[in-house]
Design a protein around this ligand. Sequence first.
Ligand code: IPM
Ligand code: MG
Length: 343
Amino acid sequence: MTHKIAVLAGDGIGPEIVDEGLKVVKCLQADFGFDAEIEAAAIGGAGYDLAGDPLPEQTLALCRQADAILFGAIGGPQYDDLERELRPEKGLLRLRSSLSLFSNLRPAMLYPQLADASSLKNELVAGLDIMIVRELTGGIYFGQPRGIRHEIERIARSAFDISMLRNRKLCSVDKANVLEASELWREVVTRVAAEYPEVELSHMYVDNASMQLVRAPKQFDVIVTSNMFGDILSDTAAMLTGSIGMLPSASLDADGKGMYEPIHGSAPDIVGKGLANPLATILSLAMMLRYSLRQAELAGMIDTAVGNVLNQGFRTADIAGGAHSVSTAEMGDAVVAALRELG
Ligand code: IPM
Ligand code: MG
């Protein structure tokens, strides 16, 4: 079966890191029998430059018929003065919403090879492996609440399902002591919990959760939370691993179709310098193979290849800690070489 993959490189370092992801796709096609059809389209600032719209119609149409989407990054200082509807971020938000990509999975795991990159003490983060499940198409990002009970239910199920595949421990983060919407959130999550008796559910206020994440992050396994809280907490969790350039993400609809993107941004300050870390994009591709394309074996091989290049000492500048570093393209090439060795 031919998998249709839409590729939206976007702005800033987006095109550089996506190029490395595509090298890996080519390797899978050439050496591992992976059958995929790749088509690129413009989004964000690039969409605005091309068509006066951060989500051009052709781009949305392509994404609708794709099985999965690989996304780079969007935004840049040259677009900061545009009116809100035309800003690059709006393109991403409209895409998430148009495709109902409501379940955003943001893993934060510490690679043992990179333990020293964390800003926290080693014993606090050694072995860290958290999954943040962020509601992605509701909340104050999208204005007035409408039918939110259903929105809470589906993200709760998504989080409980993932908990069942992990350590069966779920922490729901809200602000139920102040916000009416959070009170409903807590009520619905608690009700859905009855369907998952094996999962141990706890609740935490968001201010406390932000503190606990830097105080004792290993108390968490899966966290489920609303759009805005998830945006903030996932950046904190990412930094615990010391390497925002390493972390992938998935945004899924109810049928498992998804968009996959590194959680870092467009990094305008390092564009074109070969400094960007392509591993988050390459690991996003692994998530795509696992969650949308049902190619768990290939996904596992990419994960292994990334671990192997880290073991071999390959580091881009963001994770080199001042030591010798390789370029964006050299890192991509190293992953491809490591993959071939697994073949
Ligand atoms: C993210 C980003 C986006 C968000 C921006 C770019 C719209 O910060 O994916 O976390 O706020 O969701
Ligand atoms: Mg964010």
